[in-house]
Design a protein around this ligand. Structure first.
Ligand code: NAP
Length: 187
């Protein structure tokens, strides 16, 4: 599951659980982005990585990969999936992310190499009717996840407005954000 996770919230966790159930996945590897080619995350990669570790720690089927944050330069999904395929020989890989992100996939790097690496699953918020591009050589699906009414940008706005984010993000992540005073314009 790829994402900026800036910060990770309960919508991401419910989405991962729903996709794992729908597609009978053995494991979900959360992959926080390193340096995305299309934007700058608000928070450093280390903070985003640690919040993702805290959020997923209790679930034995969830793991977190440093593959993107440790790879120098711009983050491209094709490089990440190539590495994950090498690390898990023979595994049937699924790339899960926001449907908004997957809808832009035709602009991503090395499409010919990308398609055979994984099945692409776009998770979408209720009421957001999105169509994924039709690519004959690609395997893509969309799944609506009601819990994705939560968004990272809304969580960031609430924190900077001094509003609570309990129950929108896991408790340990609320505490981590408070301890490091994240998203208050000081970091
Ligand atoms: P984004 O533009 O930050 O997010 C787009 C939308 O998708 C937002 O509404 C976001 O909600 C949602 N979203 C993102 N990740 C999600 C997830 N794992 N589960 C549920 N919703 C999610 O997208 P991004 O995070 O930068 O990129 C998503 C993934 O696509 C990353 O793995 C990125 O590396 C990959 N990507 C690759 C390329 C390329 O290879 N050229 C280009 C673009 C993106 P929240 O803000 O609430 O998460």
């Amino acid at each position: 599951m790829g994402g900026t996770f800036d910060p990770i919230h309960n919508g991401h966790l419910v989405a991962a659980s729903e996709v794992a159930d729908a597609f009978a996945l053995d494991e979900v590897i959360f992959v926080p982005t390193g340096e995305p080619w299309h934007k700058n995350p608000v928070m450093s990669a280390e903070h985003r990585y640690l919040m993702t570790v805290i959020a997923t720690a209790a679930n034995p089927r969830f793991t977190v990969s440093r593959v993107e944050i440790d790879r120098p330069g711009t983050t491209y999904t094709v490089d990440t999936l190539t590495q994950i395929a090498k690390d898990h020989p023979g595994a049937d890989l699924f790339f899960i992310s926001g449907a908004d992100a997957i809808a832009q996939i035709l602009a991503w790097k090395d499409l010919d190499k990308l398609w055979p690496l994984a099945t692409f699953i776009g998770v979408t918020r209720p009421g957001h009717k999105l169509q994924l591009p039709e690519v004959p050589e690609a395997s893509m699906s969309i799944l609506e996840v009601p819990a994705l009414a939560i968004s990272s940008s809304d969580v960031r706005d609430r924190i900077s407005d001094g509003k609570p984010v309990w129950y929108l993000v896991p408790d340990g992540v609320v505490q981590y954000i408070g301890k490091h005073k994240l998203y208050r314009g000081e970091n």
